[in-house]
Design a protein around this ligand. Structure first.
Ligand code: ZN
Ligand code: FE
Ligand code: FE
Length: 288
């Protein structure tokens, strides 16, 4: 069975997210580890976490995919912004040890004109500082659309970050993985409409499929290579709409692909809960 869900609000606690997931036919979900404006993260209530764990066990949930706020930038040119990202990520990782979730997804960062090489170096160095030996949570670098000065716009950039961590802190590198965002990868220039097999073969060659841990399943408001990062609902963008050159077969191929089908799929489409429920139903039917 497909493991699929969407971003949910953490405001009512963890068990509440589990119940909402059930209502919309989901068996995983994503949530922000803290308010995107950078407020402090609440320490999870053990009873609330235990209640979520029961829901997950009873309903065969897959791994959860926590998401770091978009505001963290490990490769900012400003010391204070970098320090904030380092402290917040470390604290997020400590808190996540108390939760049943296994994945912590983050946007590698924007180098703001310092150059991709400098960005890659700062991100790798940051990961070496915020991760710790023995952590249960796997940290996922998200494949990015390449908007502005985003790092992670190509599989090579992701691979270079992982390689640097592996070189400096080999004991941490096993807890690094990748989250594949279909909107971002298409925006980044990869042809997932006509050649998903080729894109994943390239990913395997450059990064290694064993690093691939989660999928953000989104349509894109822009054609391949646009570097815009504007998500569309499934079937309403360039990947899934026939008028725009794609089709639902593109998403059927994504959810059925042997390299992807057992991973958690997270929707980040512009929807409220009923829209998410409908997309989950649609993608489950395409997976059959
Ligand atoms: Zn993201
Ligand atoms: Fe994403
Ligand atoms: Fe995005």
């Amino acid at each position: 069975m497909l493991t699929i869900g969407c971003h949910l609000s953490v405001s009512k606690g963890y068990a509440a997210m589990g119940r909402t997931a059930l209502q919309i036919g989901a068996n995983t979900f994503a949530f922000f580890t803290r308010n995107p404006r950078g407020g402090t993260a609440k320490v999870p209530d053990p009873n609330d976490v235990a209640a979520l764990q029961r829901i997950m066990d009873d309903h065969a949930f897959g791994p959860l995919v926590a998401h770091a706020p978009y505001t963290y930038n490990l490769c900012s040119a400003k010391d204070r912004a970098r320090e904030f990202a380092l402290e917040a990520m470390h604290e997020d990782l400590e808190r996540l040890e108390l939760l049943p979730g296994n994945f912590y997804n983050f946007h590698p960062g924007s180098h703001v004109g310092q150059g991709a090489g400098c960005g890659i170096e700062l991100i790798a160095e940051g990961l070496c500082q915020v991760m710790f030996e023995g952590q249960r949570t796997r940290v996922l670098l998200e494949t990015m659309a390449g908007k502005g000065t985003e790092v992670g716009r190509s599989f090579e950039e992701i691979a270079q970050i992982i390689a640097l961590v592996e070189e400096r802190r080999p004991e941490l590198a096993g807890n690094l993985g990748v989250c594949f965002d279909t909107c971002h990868v298409s925006d980044g220039g990869y042809d997932i409409i006509r050649d998903l097999d080729g894109v994943l073969a390239e990913f395997d060659q450059v990064v290694g499929l064993e690093r691939l841990c989660a999928v953000h399943i989104n349509d894109s408001k822009n054609p391949r290579g646009a570097h815009k990062d504007r998500h569309a609902c499934i079937g309403a963008g360039y990947l899934g709409s026939e008028e725009l050159g794609g089709g639902l077969a593109v998403f059927a191929a994504v959810v059925r692909h042997p390299a992807l089908r057992n991973l958690p799929f997270i929707l980040e489409t512009p929807n409220e809960l009923p829209g998410y429920a409908a997309e989950i139903k649609l993608l489950r039917s395409l997976a059959k």
